[in-house]
Ligand binder design. Sequence first.
Ligand SMILES: [Zn+2]
Length: 344
Amino acid sequence: MRRGKRERVASVLGRLNVLEPMGSLGSRVQSELPILAYHRVVDIGVESDFPFDPELVSASPADFRAQMTYVRDHFNAITFGDVIRSLDGDHELPPRPIIVTFDDGFLDNYTNAYPVLRDLEMPATIFVSTGYIGSVETYWYDRVAYAIYRGPAGPFVLGSTRFELTDVASRRRATADAIRFLRGVADPVRRAHLGALEERIDCTVREADRHLSQAMDWSQVRELHDAGIEIGSHTVSHPALSQCDDETLAFELWESRRELETRLGAPTPVVAYPFGGPGEYDGRVMAAATQAGYRLAASYISGRNLLGALSSFELRRLHVERYTDLATFASMLQLPQLFAGAAR
Ligand SMILES: [Zn+2]
């Protein structure tokens, strides 16, 4: 998660202002479809005071506005629906298309990101985990982050790993390791571990902190949909799909699509795999997504998509993180090959 060499190179290139002429050279860039991936857009204040996972914060509202202004000035924002219409031959994509996406369905997408998109008259796509929409329940990975952040100092064991909780840094490290571990075990085991973890640490999310990690409700999702924001599926309960048995896998894909289509009265042809790394989806998951009626699916693997040769069930995305400065952001869009291949 730390800034790597390529981010530093990209940032320098951006500052040297060499990207405009490179980007405007044209045909290569025009044949690509960059897809930006955000989670949360929020000011987290003092990071060490934030009781949920700061890694899910992609940008502050001010940074997001600057990034979207850059996008509006250099690209044409489209939706996955536009891509599908173009694949079907019913629609011609504009030059330099781009898709802006958000995963999970956090309330701040509505309160902080949507006003920016509305001002700039840009569409975007929000992938929501339908089981959390309108629920007071905190997303499970943020429950893990919270329990580890708020829990008492000392050791705790998860699987075969013993964690030692002391300062905030040790808790953030433990959070990342614990979530990585839970993504990699069979889904029923993950659920059992989650319950046991909260019980052992004796720490469920306090009422006063709930608003810091909250999903949208259905009226907000409907309002966004009516305003031209595309709503995609992010399953029902946000499991690592590769860890689900066939029945659960089908349920997660079908049920989220059914609920979205019932609630919004519109087709839901696109899904983003939860977590979306190479360990969290595979051929079985892609086949199940096809069978569940999706036309496109987004992974969370970093990289480029070539129009005309789209990997429709493993679209790649470009990750925006809270430490992505505008120069890095610009180079990521103009030189996506620099960012190819990394999963979060
Ligand atoms: Zn997600």
